[in-house]
Design a protein around this ligand. Structure first.
Ligand code: GUN
Ligand code: FE
Length: 458
């Protein structure tokens, strides 16, 4: 930058903005100005339908220097950054492996040997740098990450997100049983102590939680003795603002094994709530096998759901995605998760497409009772829905004034080698948007912002 006072200045975009004020409504703002304070990263103004000849005076009134305003071209538009509510950072290298496997076989055969490599901090540093850059370039401005079980590697993951400017929840995986000696927490005490150490590390590197939060991460009950779950529940109750994440009712093999390990409980709601792990800040991945009673109890507990259609249909054993329509009908908080690398794709666009496909299939299988999702809805889930699941709906998710500016500049012109459905002169903006959601990819994401900072550009 050519100025030393950048921090005090604001900047703006002028053009088309698309976001979700609510789950049913997609708002397409034309000739819009969004102005952002560079020092706070917050949106300070949002005005639509400003004719071209009034842009300069409007910017002046807002205090934005004209040379700090980007005029979006035809075929370009802004969307809020994507939120990935469920991602395994150490599985970046194993994406695509083990398709069709059942969950416990996939964990022992593919995943644990892979994650064990993160005992080497150098390896962790290299893979996590590659992963965070890869997620940012795909427009994922916020992610909830499971780390490996290693405290050091998990601290490195947090450092990496902060350095690259990604908003993230980061948690060390707690797992002290039912995995091989080479990949298991040594004891309950050690697992909890490493957790506390990672919590302190994140408090040290990002004391006001500008970008980072620790997320309490029992892998799932099969991996955790009761004492470990109890210890994590106790950390949760002592730190009420820390989120919690786990895998929940993912697959038949998993539910069966869970209930045989915990014979005192009849379902996973009873089990996890007994240990103090079901709270409004909980992010439950999958929830594919649900009774109505369990769904209602999760709704009453106000837990958030990370819907991961990609992995649901390819790894785990259910090969059927969760009943998202039912969750939405109950008013639950639902976001999308790539579940990368259980999900073969780390793209939230793919998650949206798979959520759509899976929902159509569920509609047919339920003879029309569970209505398929709409594009408006899957776009909401990937932005505002995820923000709600992560308890950040007052901060991110759309372009409401006062929120922090997490955004992706989309370019549907194919100049950068994209193979999206080409746009045509007569295409309404809605058609351009639909073409992006269904056929676009990272080649259409030319700039990515988190908290007003540019974190990626093509
Ligand atoms: N359950 C426990 N661990 C995992 C994991 O890494 N991925 C998925 N999809 N399910 C799990
Ligand atoms: Fe997962």
């Amino acid at each position: 930058s050519n100025m030393s006072t950048t921090e005090d200045l604001s900047f703006a975009f002028y053009g088309t903005l698309i976001h979700s004020p609510s789950v049913q409504t997609l708002e397409i703002l034309e000739q819009a100005i969004v102005a952002v304070s560079a020092s706070t990263g917050r949106i300070i103004a949002l005005q639509a339908n400003i004719p071209k000849d009034q842009v300069e005076q409007t910017l002046k009134a807002l205090g934005v220097p004209p040379d700090r305003t980007t005029h979006l071209l035809s075929g370009q538009f802004l969307i809020p950054g994507f939120v990935d509510t469920h991602n395994h950072a150490p599985q970046w290298m194993q994406r695509g492996l083990g398709q069709g496997m059942h969950i416990l076989d996939w964990l022992s055969g593919v995943t644990f040997p892979n994650e064990a490599r993160f005992r080497d901090p150098e390896y962790a540093r290299r893979v996590y740098a590659d992963m965070v850059v890869g997620m940012l370039r795909q427009g994922v401005t916020t992610a909830s990450y499971y780390g490996s079980l290693h405290g050091d590697a998990t601290c490195i993951l947090a450092d990496t997100c902060l350095k690259k400017g990604q908003r993230a929840f980061v948690g060390k995986c707690n797992m002290n049983r039912n995995s091989p000696d080479f990949y298991r927490d040594a004891s309950v005490e050690e697992s909890l102590a490493e957790t506390e150490r990672c919590i302190r590390h994140i408090q040290t590197i990002d004391p006001s939680n500008k970008l980072l939060k620790y997320v309490i991460t029992p892998r799932f009950a099969i991996s955790c003795e009761g004492d470990l779950l109890a210890g994590l529940g106790s950390i949760a109750s002592r730190n009420p603002d820390l989120p919690i994440q786990t895998h929940f009712n993912e697959a038949e093999q998993e539910v069966k094994a869970t209930l045989s390990l915990f014979p005192d409980f009849t379902n996973e709601v009873d089990l996890y709530s007994h240990y103090g792990l079901l709270k409004p800040r909980s992010i439950l991945a999958h929830c594919t096998i649900m009774t109505d009673a369990e769904t209602q109890r999760l709704a009453d507990l106000d837990c958030g759901i990370a819907h991961c259609p990609t992995s649901n249909m390819t790894v785990g054993g259910g090969f059927m995605a969760a009943p998202v329509r039912e969750f939405l009908n109950c008013g639950m908080k639902v976001g999308l998760g790539t579940d990368s690398g259980g999900g073969f794709s780390s793209s939230i666009l793919d998650s949206m497409r798979h959520a759509l496909i899976a929902s159509f299939s569920r509609e047919a299988a339920s003879a029309g009772r569970e209505k398929g999702l709409t594009l408006e809805e899957v776009f909401y889930l990937s932005t505002m829905g995820g923000a709600r699941v992560m308890g950040m709906d007052d901060k991110i998710g759309n372009f409401k004034v006062g929120k922090e500016f997490d955004a992706v500049v989309i370019d549907m012109n194919t100049a950068r080698g994209g193979v999206n459905a080409p746009i045509e002169e007569e295409d309404e903006l809605r058609r351009v948007f639909d073409k992006f959601l269904m056929t676009g990819d990272d080649r259409n994401m030319i700039e990515v912002f988190v908290k007003g900072q540019k974190v990626h550009s093509l």
